[in-house]
Design a protein around this ligand. Structure first.
Ligand code: NAP
Length: 349
């Protein structure tokens, strides 16, 4: 559907999410990496001379690219952002004001009224906020965000079961260390241990999920009326956030109907043929001890959410385990899918 690959840039190209962006965008059928930006620590260096921290080899197409200052100017119109949230607010605003579309992972703008907090399978209609954002801010560009990495598996599961009307949700997470960026949690704090606190994470899961599942009205998203209670922990896993979730529904389904809803879930990115869209976005595993991060997180290129142990809950209606790849489906892959949806919907024209 795309005759010529569009040039894209990556802000924060040297970080955990930035490197995952490079993996997702190298040889992408619709996009071509044309520009890399990071802090003054990396500026002016060839990408091959900076530390590469993923187990997959660094794609050769970025080897000789020189990292630039994170400022608009020569950067392409479509920008992905894996910037540290301490600096993302100001830099992303500068790019949007200068006419760039910034598809961001950072938390800074997620909850703003006119900013889509997008999961393409769940709320593709929220992209209609973009013209309102441009009008309100006076920008030619725009900012579109993806949620916190732990929120993605939760909302994918809830969206698949949306017609049973989730009303009350309890979620406990076991989150991978790569979710904290590099160098992240000190090894002496996490090896043979877990840390039962991730600053700000519970609030993000509790509020972002309501916006994503919310209803778009004329000029705002009305949050979903469900109540979500989250507890979050950091565990010694490299990639993959595992979540135990209990849900009470207004229209309680049978166990078989709930599993069928998970299995049958499909949405706009699948219909539009977005290259990063998993064929089956929510996959149910029947083995009693799955999903597991080490065994399952890389399946489907890290873009699907894996659900297991779907069973009755004596407190709410049902409980289950969900697993999502935090730097792929929860970050870079999510943003690339957002941009694919925007391109398929002709929003970059
Ligand atoms: P990270 O590994 O710490 O990387 C941060 C990036 O920001 C680096 O490229 C760094 O460049 C750049 N940066 C820092 N200060 C800068 C400055 N003053 N000017 C320009 N660039 C600057 O963090 P990460 O884990 O990739 O996370 C990136 C963003 O994604 C964060 O906002 C995070 O909350 C969000 N996120 C992360 C995950 C995850 O699973 N890791 C999931 C969802 C969302 P240098 O290398 O040059 O310092």
């Amino acid at each position: 559907m795309v005759s010529r690959r569009l040039d894209v840039g990556i802000l924060g190209a040297t970080g955990m999410v930035g490197q995952q962006f490079i993996m997702q965008l190298a040889n992408h059928p619709w996009f071509r990496i044309a520009w890399l930006g990071a802090s003054e620590r990396s500026e002016g260096k060839k990408y091959r001379d900076l530390a590469w921290r993923l187990s997959a080899p660094r794609p050769a197409e970025v080897d000789d690219m020189v990292v630039e200052a994170a400022a608009p100017g020569r950067a392409p119109r479509i920008m992905f952002s894996g910037l540290d949230s301490k600096v993302a607010g100001e830099i992303e605003r500068e790019f949007a004001a200068a006419g760039h579309f910034v598809v961001s992972n950072a938390r800074n703008y997620r909850m703003e009224q006119f900013v889509p907090l997008l999961v393409p399978e769940v709320n593709p209609d929220h992209l209609k906020l973009i013209p309102l954002q441009q009008q309100a801010k006076g920008w030619k560009g725009a900012i579109v965000t993806n949620p916190n990495c732990a929120t993605v598996p939760l909302v994918m599961a809830l969206a698949a079961a949306r017609h049973f009307e989730p009303a009350r949700v309890m979620i406990s997470t076991m989150q991978a260390v790569s979710g904290a960026g590099y160098p992240g949690v000190a090894s002496l704090d996490i090896l043979s241990n877990l840390v039962p606190f991730i600053d700000g994470e519970e609030e993000k899961i509790q509020t972002e999920s309501l916006k994503i599942m919310g209803t778009l009205q004329t000029d705002r998203v009305v949050p979903h009326p469900m109540v979500v209670s989250a507890q979050t922990t950091r565990v010694p896993v490299i990639n993959g956030h595992t979540e135990t979730i209990s849900v009470q529904f207004t229209n309680k389904p049978s166990l078989e109907d709930l599993k069928a809803a998970f299995r049958g879930f499909t949405a706009k990115p699948q219909q539009l043929g977005c290259p990063s869209a998993p064929k089956q976005p929510v996959q149910v595993m029947d083995e009693p001890n799955r999903p597991q991060p080490r065994l399952d997180v890389e399946r489907e290129g890290g873009m699907a959410v894996f659900i297991g142990r779907v069973r009755p809950c004596p407190v709410f209606d049902y409980k289950f385990v969900a697993l999502g790849h935090n730097t792929v489906r929860g970050a870079a892959g999510a943003a690339v899918l957002n941009a694919e949806l925007m391109l398929a919907e002709k929003l970059f024209d």
